[in-house]
Design a protein around this ligand. Structure first.
Ligand code: APR
Length: 317
């Protein structure tokens, strides 16, 4: 079936990509083009998803493809293509290999969907988002990464679990790079409008913050093969919905930050307003001294990562 405008292209039809397609369809958010380099796989998953439509009761459409030309007309391109780390592979090997994949994907996105907005999901997230913008040359407001929504959702769940309340009533903000030095901002966490710090002792909050930082690793350790995909897919769907519905919704995401938070032009996790144009505004929230220090440390780590990425790319070029 022919896709209708506006449609979302999802590059990489693996765990995160296919589940993102499922969320977008079943929540009625958009039609989806599912792309992968593996022949038949995106087509098979698309057909399977469409066969669920009569039961799920949605009227969205999805098609699968191995041809980049089919990206023409996509309003949003979600990039989940990448390799997971395998035994014996160093972090540098993974960085170089995923950088090659992102470069190849982004050159094709630039050629086929030059007006699209790009949501990067492939890890290491901040570095791959930086690279995607460099390769496409798209304005910064049209290239951003998914991480903060996921990290905040994890923190919200951990707080809800501790207080035995519905996760929907919990607000949390997680800023900074998507890695060990991310910054869970407990001073802004609330449950039904009340500061969480009034309900959970500091020592326990510190444990929740650490569990949030380790959220991805906790799932990897349990799954043994592969990494999280249900919550990442939900996070992408929330971002896509904010863009397509022009919600002007402030969500934590990996945006290009110049000026705010004392940063001088780096992709970093901050709250940002999402609308039909992409990232329309970086929102600066007040932070306490410890949080400011943690942000500076996290930003330094991202900058070091970018230097390492550029060195590896220069060597492999
Ligand atoms: N172009 C398009 N797709 C590609 C390419 C490429 N050059 N190279 C690999 N792929 C596809 C693979 O064929 C696979 O189907 O990317 C997909 C990745 O899927 P999974 O291995 O299931 O990985 P997934 O769990 O979805 O994670 C994808 O998201 O959260 C991040 O850290 C995670 O970087 C990883 C990414």
């Amino acid at each position: 079936m022919k896709l209708r405008q506006p449609f979302v292209a999802v590059i990489g039809a693996g765990q995160v990509g296919a589940t993102t397609a499922q969320r977008l369809l079943e929540k009625g958010i958009a039609d989806v083009l599912l792309f992968d380099v593996v022949e038949g796989m995106p087509q098979g998953k698309a057909l399977d998803l469409m066969e669920a439509a009569p039961i799920e009761g949605h009227d969205r459409r999805v098609t699968g493809t191995n041809r980049y030309e089919d990206l023409r007309g996509a309003e949003i391109v979600v990039v989940t293509a990448g390799l997971p780390r395998k035994p014996g592979m160093t972090r540098e090997d993974l960085l170089t290999m995923n950088a090659k994949i992102i470069r190849e994907v982004c050159l094709n996105v630039k050629a086929q969907a030059p007006d699209s907005k790009l949501i990067i999901v492939t890890n290491p997230l901040d570095l791959m988002t930086h690279l995607a913008q460099k390769v496409t040359g798209f304005p910064h407001e049209r290239v951003f990464g998914m991480a903060g929504v996921l990290d905040a959702a994890r923190m919200r769940y951990f707080i809800a679990e501790r207080l035995e309340v519905t996760p929907k009533d919990v607000e949390a903000v997680v800023l900074g790079g998507h890695g060990d030095l991310m910054v869970p901002v407990s001073s802004h966490s609330k449950v039904s409008g009340c500061p969480v710090r009034d309900r959970i002792p500091a020592s326990e909050m510190a444990k929740i913050e650490q569990r949030t930082r380790d959220g991805g690793a906790e799932i990897v350790a349990l799954l043994k093969t592969g990494s999280a995909f249900y919550a990442p897919a939900s996070s992408v769907a929330e971002m896509v919905d904010a863009i397509l519905k022009d919600r002007k919704k402030a969500l934590p995401l990996c945006a290009f930050v110049k000026g705010a938070y004392g940063l001088d032009g780096v992709y970093f996790g901050v709250p940002a307003q999402l609308g039909r144009q992409g990232v329309e505004k970086v929102v600066e929230i007040p932070l306490d001294e410890a949080e400011k220090k943690a942000m500076a440390l996290s930003a330094n780590k991202v900058k070091q990562g970018i230097e390492e990425l550029e060195r590896l790319l220069a060597v492999s070029a």
